[in-house]
Write a new protein. Structure first.
Length: 378
């Protein structure tokens, strides 16, 4: 029995109580700081925060919509920023806990230099509290609690070049939490002609995003829901800042793709997909891809079943009907729903098998069959 069926079978009072417990769980997490949890002094992997205000001994972070206001000794909601002696520090700088070389398609980015690879890394930390988090072992941890490497910004770029990849991907956890580290790597990468890819929940302030856009080449943004209520209940955040992030990326001409994880009873309705696809088509244009991705039980939602495959197929068709040119089904191996089709002649311009590219029929950014421009970076 899933959450929706469980609540439907309860009495009114019991249902309200059950729903309230779910709501309270994430609502209380939104912007919640950790009192008196900062270390006594900065450690080896610390640097002063990039965007914050001072007010007496307090500090207020300006990187994300949480705007954590910390008294001396406090730690931010993302678990990475601390106030030590009236100065804001990040504890995630040069100490990634996850490093790998991934296909760019794994991010997922299907219209950004297909068939290439990215040097991917993450530190601990995240500014949301998603009940369905797939990387909670690092995203919901402090930098002191993970097994870390030592890799400072120039070292990251050197490692990327050594591995002969074309991009660095800030991924796995939420890079907004380790903003300073990401920005310094991105600056160094740009000098070395290495591209920068941001895999994100999009929960960043414009003040933080605008400087980053100078160095970003691409992003994949998890649009986790399309209602403030669901965003608060499921993720401990708000919808509006994420929509503003998408608009800002569009304004700065950063290529991006959007992912919706279809979580049963939360975000698995066709109405949600139609709202997202319609909003994207009207506000951003039809060329940005939408990935509708299958949920698998994780973290605090292990009682739910995986998303039915038929639901994902129906979502793909519904999003295409709203005017988007490119909609993909993710996390369903063998479904043959990840090929790129020319919006004009309907022929396959990129054929995929999992993360592998079998065939590309794109020449100078256009369909090789009818010469229609294919949105993306090729």
């Amino acid at each position: 029995m899933n959450r929706r069926e469980l609540i439907a079978g309860m009495s009114g009072a019991a249902a309200c109580s059950a729903f309230g417990s779910f709501f309270k769980q994430s609502n209380m997490a939104e912007g919640a700081i950790f009192k008196n949890d900062a270390p006594a002094r900065p450690w080896k992997w610390s640097t002063e925060a990039a965007l914050y205000e001072k007010n007496g001994g307090k500090t207020k972070c300006l990187v994300c919509p949480n705007h954590c206001e910390l008294s001396p000794g406090d730690r931010s909601a993302c678990r990475v920023k601390v106030n030590i002696g009236g100065i804001a520090y990040t504890l995630a700088y040069g100490n990634p806990c996850a490093i790998n070389v991934d296909p760019i398609e794994k991010k997922p980015l299907f219209h950004f230099h297909p068939g290439t690879s990215a040097f991917s890394l993450a530190t601990a930390g995240c500014n949301l509290r998603c009940l369905n988090c797939q990387n909670w072992e690092i995203s919901q941890k402090k930098p002191e609690e993970t097994n870390n490497y030592e890799l400072f910004p120039d070292d990251v770029v050197a490692a990327a070049r050594k591995n002969k990849v074309t991009a660095i991907a800030y991924t796995y956890s939420e890079p907004t939490a380790w903003y300073e580290y990401m920005c310094d790597i991105a600056r160094s990468a740009r000098k070395s002609s290495v591209k920068n890819v941001w895999v994100t929940n999009g929960y960043m302030s414009r003040a933080g995003l605008e400087p980053l856009c100078q160095y970003l080449d691409a992003a994949n943004v998890d649009l986790k829901a399309f209602s403030e209520k669901t965003y608060n209940e499921l993720n401990g955040g708000r919808l509006k800042p994420v929509l503003e992030t998408l608009k800002t990326l569009h304004e700065y001409q950063v290529w991006f793709e959007v992912t919706l994880l279809m979580v049963p009873t939360y975000t698995d309705s066709l109405e949600t997909v139609q709202q997202i696809a319609g909003w994207m088509a009207r506000n951003l244009g039809p060329g940005y891809p939408l990935h509708v991705s299958r949920f698998h039980p994780e973290h605090k939602l292990q009682h739910l079943l995986p998303t039915p495959v038929d639901t994902l197929f129906a979502a793909q068709e519904a999003a295409l009907a709203e005017g988007l040119h490119f909609v993909y089904v993710g996390n369903v191996p063998g479904a043959n729903r990840e090929n790129t089709t020319c919006p004009a002649c309907k022929k396959t311009v990129i054929k995929r098998s999992g993360f592998a590219i079998d065939e590309i029929n794109i020449k100078k950014g256009a369909c090789a069959f009818c010469n229609t421009a294919i949105a993306g970076r090729f």
